[in-house]
Design a protein around this ligand. Structure first.
Ligand SMILES: Cc1cc2nc3c(=O)[nH]c(=O)nc-3n(C[C@H](O)[C@H](O)[C@H](O)COP(=O)(O)OP(=O)(O)OC[C@H]3O[C@@H](n4cnc5c(N)ncnc54)[C@H](O)[C@@H]3O)c2cc1C
Length: 532
């Protein structure tokens, strides 16, 4: 077996090049860390679109990587085209009700976020990320290769990789990210297992071409067909005649034999079409009993699977990837100890549990369960299409690297963290600057985002100019001693927390909130239990 050692710049091996693997590579690259990414699929498959909802939060991460505009340009359905979900008897039948501004789609500037959501098929997102990574120094993309086994030693992990010609070789890396999805090998290799359950009902997806198909209902990102003999969801993948449909309750055999009939039922009238692909699937609510072991971490669907209702699976996977990747980068760059990495599971498990619970709750009223009752649909489905509380309101309060509740601020004016648990209201988001929360967003006077002024390391946001500059310099000096990259940033006029100091992490979450930067504990927020 040849022993191909990874290039020196490849400090992390990523098994899996779906959304979580590609996002992890992008985040590592933002911090100047290279990687080898192993992915069996040479090409992405447009006939298996899977996720279509890119959330506000994922779009904000894409903005950090400089890719938000590229993704919007590549997306076949522009936000201005539609921000609506319509419920109807069929594409040709009467409208029942609708949800506007669904999935964070808006063309208006909103002070609460830097980017609106975007509807875009998952393969397009993957293509944009693949193209970006192909240009990044130190990123080694190995499409056609698959991980088959791994072994951990004290200082490195050795992964056995199968090349496209079937030969196997070894790669070594200090850290491995298992981004290889539900069917990958890394979870088993570290002895982790999924805990949870499956929904007994089958689901059947179809992708079809119907260039002549249109609807009197007007543009919508999803049409829910309810209250009739054929029920399900249908929508456009592009404006050139490619459509998708999901039919809950339809078994694989029946769906394959009757796909055209089912499509015609959703349309409500005969329409010329060609079935391009079918995909049966079952909704699962699964969370791994551990998110890592030693130098190996599970990211995205290798760690958790949730039903697609609400569109959170891919977005939660990207959130995982960002969380572990900036921490590994900090450790490899030498400004945080390996203990920081233990906070990955502590921070992400709660988010994942809430996401799975929300998706399962959305699954209680599928298309076949709903009647053509406008009020009942509005009551049942609102949390599925308006979930800003879940998308932006999650918190890492309670994490070992977030300011503990009961602030150590000697001035006594810092408030104790209100966090420690995730917001129970998944629909609405009220910006809060409690430690653990995502930094409340604001627009600067020049039209840029407050987020655009944050550094790639930590950022002190607050009254950093004028008579308090000395206080900030003291913190900056302590950061320099520890090699922690620290940027300072004055928030715009009118920012509700502009008189306080918010220490913001690379992932835009607040690590510490203080009246005086002197009380900020840089060791705690970087996972250092003992002072250097
Ligand atoms: C019908 C449907 C609709 C969905 N809609 C949405 C939505 O609207 N919004 C949303 O957020 N989510 C949605 N999802 C979920 C979303 O598709 C997943 O959450 C997402 O793909 C998870 O990304 P991942 O990278 O963790 O895993 P995957 O996308 O599964 O990627 C894993 C990768 O690992 C590779 N791999 C497998 N084995 C190996 C190996 N041995 N070595 C190396 N690589 C390996 C695979 O080829 C694959 O590319 C939907 C899912 C389905 C089924």
């Amino acid at each position: 077996m040849p022993d191909m050692t990874a290039p020196a710049s490849a400090d992390v091996l990523i098994a899996g090049g779906g959304p979580s693997g590609l996002a992890a590579a992008a985040e590592l690259s933002l911090h100047g860390i290279g990687c080898v990414l192993i992915e069996p699929r040479q090409q992405v498959s447009h006939r298996r679109p899977r996720a279509k909802t890119t959330s506000i939060r994922t779009m904000e991460h894409l903005r950090r990587w400089g890719l938000a505009e590229q993704l919007r340009a590549a997306a076949p359905l522009k936000v201005a085209w539609s921000q609506r979900v319509i419920f109807c008897r069929s594409l040709s039948g009467p409208r029942i009700t609708e949800f506007d501004g669904a999935f964070g789609l808006t063309t208006e500037r909103d002070s609460r976020f830097a980017e609106s959501g975007q509807q875009v098929p998952q393969p397009v997102v993957e293509q944009v990320l693949r193209a970006h990574l192909a240009e990044r120094p130190g990123v080694d993309l190995r499409f056609g290769h698959a991980a088959t086994a791994l072994a951990q030693e004290d200082d490195r992990v050795t992964v056995t990789v199968r090349a496209p010609d079937g030969t196997e070789y070894l790669l070594h890396a200090p850290y491995v990210l298992g981004c290889d999805g539900a069917g990958g090998v890394v979870r088993d290799q570290i002895g982790a297992r999924y805990v949870g359950r499956s929904d007994p009902r089958p689901n059947f997806n179809v992708v079809f071409r119907a260039p002549g198909l249109d609807t009197h209902l007007g543009p919508a990102v999803q049409y829910w067909v309810v209250g009739g003999p054929t029920t399900g969801l249908i929508g456009r993948l592009d404006l050139a005649g490619t459509w998708w449909a999901i039919m809950p309750g339809v078994e694989a055999g029946y769906g394959a034999a009757h796909a055209s009939e089912l499509i015609t039922g959703l349309i409500g009238a005969p329409a010329e079409h060609e079935v391009l692909a079918t995909d049966p699937w079952t909704a699962r609510m699964l969370i791994a009993d551990r998110f890592g072991q030693g130098r190996v971490f599970l990211v995205g669907e290798s760690a958790h699977v949730n039903p697609p209702w609400g569109g959170h699976g891919f977005n939660t996977s990207v959130g995982d990837a960002v969380n572990i990747a900036w921490k590994i980068a900090a450790v490899l760059r030498g400004w945080a100890p390996p203990e920081l990495l233990a906070s990955y599971s502590a921070e992400r498990r709660g988010v994942v549990e809430q996401t799975v619970a929300s998706a399962e709750s959305n699954m209680r009223s599928l298309a076949g369960d709903l009647t053509a009752d406008e009020a009942a649909i509005q009551r049942a489905k609102r949390p599925e299409f308006h979930s800003l509380g879940l998308v932006l309101g999650y918190s890492y309060a309670g994490s070992p690297v977030i300011q503990p509740s009961g602030c150590r601020d000697p001035s006594g004016s810092g408030e104790p963290s209100a966090g420690g648990e995730l917001s129970a209201d998944t629909t609405s988001y009220v910006p809060a600057a409690d430690p653990g929360a995502r930094l409340p967003h604001a627009w600067n006077a020049d039209g840029s985002s407050l987020y655009d002024r944050l550094g790639t390391g930590f950022t002190l946001v607050g009254p950093v100019r004028g008579h308090r500059a000395g206080q900030c310099e003291e913190l900056a000096g302590r950061a320099r001693e520890r090699g922690i990259p620290l940027t300072v940033c004055q928030p715009p006029d009118g920012y509700p927390w502009r008189d306080e100091f918010l220490l913001v992490r690379p992932d835009q979450h607040i690590a510490w909130r203080a009246a005086d930067p002197a009380c900020i504990d840089l060791d705690l927020v970087t996972g250092r239990t003992e002072s250097p």
